[in-house]
Write a protein that binds this ligand. Structure first.
Ligand code: SF4
Length: 324
């Protein structure tokens, strides 16, 4: 069996709810509630879902920005969920996160030379000359040049800032990169060049991507497998072409039916109507969290949470219906 690069087991992340005490108890906002999946080296694994479904919290909990409430993150065979700080910093230099808005993660007072060199000073014992060489090499890899080393972040366009964000994380030679909404806010033409760059860098540096996005068309193009999230849980998981060809979970069916195409206008008869809003993460409905919006909901769905189970070849789903 192929070795895993990442094995996430029943991962939970609860935040103390803004509502404070409910019936004398502290309320919790359950951003992640028992998420399990596995990623193989070299693949691009996508996470999709509406905003607030927990996909960004998932990325940040894997990286260790948020401390997990429960469950395990196994990276290259090692449980990194609760490592002592020093070991965590070392291991986690192998896992890097590309933020939705890379401009905000680049210090506006620093020149690019210093921004790119900083992680190398923190995580390695490289000498100044080697650091300079490495930063030039990574700038070149993302399509920028050494003439950019003396500039400030605000002197770059949105697309170039994304390139800088990538150069910065590549300096550390990561093996797993978490891309959080990597094309949001970019013009379509720039999106295409950035996506191509992701593919080039992936094969050149042997990277594995976790690709978090609400853009289903981009996920379809980039990811070999994907998971559909709703209210802190995975609803469906499988090979991307198969899920797009035949989604089995009612929530996935709704999401995919809502993708606008040239032939299909919004509100057309092919779009599956869905009423209501995603539930309050401080107060999820009992049973299946999707039941208040599901067109197939039965009595059982209101009382019993469906198990996340294998339904057919390589397809996982959380639904009481027999979906094979
Ligand atoms: Fe719909 Fe019931 Fe399946 Fe939930 S378990 S998705 S409510 S049919």
């Amino acid at each position: 069996m192929q070795e895993l690069i990442l094995d996430v087991q029943r991962l939970r992340k609860y935040f103390k709810g803004p509502g404070g005490f409910l019936e004398g108890r502290v309320s919790f906002l359950k951003a992640l509630d028992g998420v399990s999946f596995q990623v193989f080296p070299g693949e691009t694994f996508g996470f999709v879902g509406e905003s607030g479904c927990g996909k960004s919290t998932l990325g940040k909990t894997i990286l260790g920005i948020y401390r997990a409430t429960g469950g395990h993150v196994i990276f290259k065979g090692r449980d990194i969920t609760r490592l002592p700080r020093k070991q965590a910093i070392r291991i986690r230099s192998e896992i890097q996160y590309v933020y939705q808005d890379p401009g905000s993660s680049l210090d506006p007072h620093w020149k690019i030379r210093k921004i790119l060199a900083e992680p190398l000073h923190i995580h390695t014992h490289m000498k100044r000359v080697a650091i300079e060489e490495r930063t030039r090499e990574m700038l070149k890899a993302v399509g920028l040049g050494e003439e950019h080393l003396g500039l400030y972040p605000h002197e770059f366009s949105g697309g170039q800032q994304r390139r800088l964000g990538l150069a910065r994380i590549l300096c550390l030679n990561p093996s797993l990169v978490i891309l959080d909404e990597p094309t949001s806010g970019l013009d379509v033409s720039v999106q295409a060049t950035i996506l191509k760059l992701f593919l080039d860098l992936k094969s050149r540096f042997n990277l594995t991507y976790l690709f978090i996005s609400h853009n289903l068309s981009v996920v379809r193009m980039m990811c070999q497998r994907l998971a559909v999230m709703y209210a802190g849980k995975i609803m469906e998981m499988g090979d991307t072409p198969a899920v797009f060809e035949r989604p089995i979970h009612p929530y996935t069916q709704f999401l995919l039916s809502a993708i606008p195409t040239i032939e299909k206008k919004t509100g057309s008869s092919e779009e599956i109507p869905l009423s209501g809003e995603p539930p309050n993460p401080e107060d999820f409905p009992p049973g299946c969290r999707f039941h208040p919006r599901c067109p197939h909901a039965m009595d059982r769905c209101k009382k019993e949470a469906p198990e996340f189970r294998l339904q057919g070849k390589d397809r996982w789903s959380a639904c009481h219906l027999d979906l094979k």
